[in-house]
Design a binder for this molecule. Structure first.
Ligand code: NDP
Length: 328
């Protein structure tokens, strides 16, 4: 029998999960739940239906894993513990500083219901976190570096959109090539975030808006831009639609370290991602981990987990025999 997947929240990630489920032969989309009017939400899978979120609990026996696709700021802190009372759940919670708190909330709910709650799955947190862990375990004496981009930061784009006179904005985070090269060469540089990344902003301004003022406001915005070298371009609405509609992202996790006794040897571990679509890739990671949540719960396990707790073989549809024969 297929693993029956439910999606709660149908934005970029919700759509991405729907695409990923289609690529996994052992899964099927059972239902999509939304807080909006279901008649206004149009999904692609012909065999599944959209329901209002209030219908979800009634369908708990028809869904093996509910994937929570709401936003990290306000949706997931509430939704993940709430739905872990009834379902195995997976989310992509990415507010790094609040992960311990979120873990505790989901753990309490999932232990009580006997379900699995798998949180903070994606690429950062997610695949980047795993690669930081592997590299640290292997090279205890070393230095970690994470570079992001080139990619769209939704948070920074939103911050620019809130400036008076701005109609639309897209912000790209770009790694500084010189800093990347120094790290890859094992030079172990000490780098501030501002030395690792630059920011490029494309802005559609209101007609007659004071562009100089907007540019200054962007470049001096505390926490978001003031510590970075930032370039601002004013473009037309048509250009924004034609050239900046996608959500690409990616980055590099690098650890450099040394081994040896009398003679030292240097090593560089690097994991990189170049993603045309941040949400579609994130969703593909989530769906692989949904399989693990399902399997763990079938084994009788419950409580909260992160990517650190999941053995790799639980992620794949391939059998342990196939894995040993072809992938080891
Ligand atoms: P979206 O803004 O596209 O969607 C969030 C929610 O908004 C949806 O679930 C949807 O819920 C609601 N929504 C309301 N109105 C609309 C509308 N008109 N169209 C679409 N959705 C609407 O966010 P994303 O899907 O891009 O991202 C979700 C979260 O994923 C982010 O907050 C981020 O924290 C996390 N993320 C994590 C990553 C990682 O690596 N761990 C990487 C990328 C993202 P409803 O259907 O109930 O209305």
């Amino acid at each position: 029998m297929s693993i029956r997947i439910g999606i709660l929240g149908y934005g970029n990630l919700g759509r991405g999960v729907e695409c990923a489920v289609k690529q996994n032969p052992d899964m099927e989309l059972a239902a999509v739940f939304t807080r909006r009017n279901p008649a206004d939400v149009h999904i692609m899978t012909e065999t599944a239906k959209v329901y209002h979120v209030d219908e979800a609990v009634k369908m708990k026996d028809e869904i093996d894993v509910l994937i929570l696709c709401g936003g990290s700021a306000t949706d997931l802190p509430k939704q993940t513990p709430e739905f872990a009372q009834y379902f195995n759940v997976v989310d992509s919670f990415d507010t790094h500083a609040k992960i311990p708190e979120h873990f505790a909330d989901v753990d309490a709910a999932a232990k009580k219901s006997g379900k699995i709650g798998l949180i903070s799955v994606g690429w950062d947190p997610g695949m980047f976190s795993l690669n930081r862990l592997y590299a640290n375990a292997i090279l205890p004496e070393g230095t970690d570096y994470t570079f992001w981009g080139k990619g769209v930061s939704q948070g920074h784009s939103d911050a620019v959109r809130r400036i008076e006179g701005v109609v639309d904005a897209r912000q790209y985070t770009i790694p500084v090539e010189k800093a990347l090269t120094a790290v890859r060469n094992g030079e172990n540089p000490t780098l501030t975030t501002g030395e690792k990344h630059t920011r490029e902003v494309f802005v559609v301004a209101e007609e007659g808006a004071d562009r100089e003022k907007i540019e200054k406001e962007i470049k001096t915005m505390p926490n978001y831009f003031d510590e970075y070298e930032t370039t601002v371009h004013f473009i037309s609405e048509e250009q924004m639609k034609a050239e900046h509609a996608g959500l690409p992202h990616g980055g590099f996790v690098i650890r450099t370290g040394k081994t040896g006794w009398e003679k030292e040897h240097s090593h560089v571990i690097e994991y990189s991602l170049k993603l045309d679509s941040n949400p579609e890739f994130t969703s593909s990671v989530i769906v692989a981990y949904a399989r693990a949540a399902y399997r763990l719960n079938r084994e009788g396990q419950s409580g909260c987990r992160t990517v650190f707790d999941i053995a790799p073989a639980y992620l794949t549809v391939k059998s342990p025999e196939e894995l040993r024969k072809h992938m080891l």
